[in-house]
Design a protein around this ligand. Structure first.
Ligand SMILES: NC(=O)c1ccc[n+]([C@@H]2O[C@H](COP(=O)([O-])OP(=O)(O)OC[C@H]3O[C@@H](n4cnc5c(N)ncnc54)[C@H](OP(=O)(O)O)[C@@H]3O)[C@@H](O)[C@H]2O)c1
Length: 256
């Protein structure tokens, strides 16, 4: 467990739900937040991976629980919010991180992959917010953090659909912030725009040329998911009266 300091003071005791927690950014963030005293609720489809992470956290003095979650199913999103309340009595923040990136040029016509990206990256985000909102509105507080991408800020060849799903995240989160201020519900929003991070994300790319290019690129530039976890922890550590809306974060040496 980390010693108390400015960063951990506002994280300690918070109940934080993380989607896509079975690997990469979600796993790294779950481990760091638990180390910082948060109670973490982990969701993803690969339950065996989640169980191992929960066991590690609980064995080292942290508090974690998990549930199988397919973010494309509304009922799964509702059930994991219920789990957070049942297990830890409250819900303070959600990190909507689950995502897939089977990139390819439009001309490859991987229409099934387009559908999957819309389902996971867009609908998964909406369903996650819909599940947490009633609780956040009732308690007039809450923090929604969502993982977009630098592909949600700029256009990249090969990322027409992936980028589109991540532009969606930006719009939805900014409207959520504006509306929650207008409605007086005080819901904080933080959208993260990572560049290359060393995770399993590129393993789902079917288009061979795209996969080779991305692998070479990631081998050269990608940073550890722990960097993104630290950024999430920073956003969560700010006092109640301050929110950090957007963070772009990635390798110092990445040229685009
Ligand atoms: N790595 C990068 O360079 C990078 C850059 C910018 C943005 N991002 C974004 O960062 C987020 C996390 O990705 P990552 O890089 O950490 O890759 P990752 O290691 O592949 O993690 C993706 C996570 O999403 C989960 N997931 C996928 N489909 C899901 C579904 N239907 N329901 C629930 N969970 C699902 C996966 O778990 P299961 O397979 O067990 O369900 C996994 O835990 C994604 O939104 C990604 O777009 C990553």
């Amino acid at each position: 467990m980390r010693e108390s300091n400015l960063l951990t003071d506002f994280i300690r005791g918070k109940v934080i739900l993380i989607t896509g927690a079975s690997s990469g950014i979600g796993e790294a963030t779950a481990r760091l937040l638990a180390e910082s005293g948060a109670k973490v609720v982990l969701g993803a489809r690969r339950k065996c991976k989640l169980k191992k992470i929960v066991t590690d956290i609980n064995r080292t003095g942290g508090l974690a629980t998990c549930r199988e979650l397919d973010v494309t199913k509304r009922s799964d999103n509702e059930a994991i919010v219920d789990l957070a309340i049942d297990a830890f009595g409250q819900l303070d923040a959600v990190l909507l991180n689950a995502g897939i990136m089977p990139r390819s040029p439009i001309s490859a016509l991987e229409v099934d992959n387009w559908d999957r990206m819309v389902d996971v990256n867009i609908k998964g985000l909406m369903y996650g917010i819909a599940a947490a909102m009633p609780r956040f509105v009732e308690q007039r507080s809450g923090h929604v953090l969502a993982v977009s991408s630098v592909a949600g800020q700029k256009s990249y060849a090969g990322a027409a659909v992936y980028g589109g799903t991540k532009w969606f995240v930006r719009n939805f989160m900014e409207v959520l912030r504006m509306e929650s201020v207008a409605e007086g519900t005080n819901i904080k929003t933080t959208t993260l725009y990572p560049a290359a991070v060393r995770t399993e994300l590129i393993s789902l790319i079917d288009d061979k040329q795209t996969a080779d290019e991305m692998r070479n690129f990631y081998d050269r530039f990608a940073v550890s998911p722990a960097r993104i976890a630290e950024t999430v922890a920073y956003a969560l550590s700010l006092p109640f009266d301050t929110t950090i809306n957007e963070i772009t974060v990635g390798p110092t040496k990445q040229p685009w």
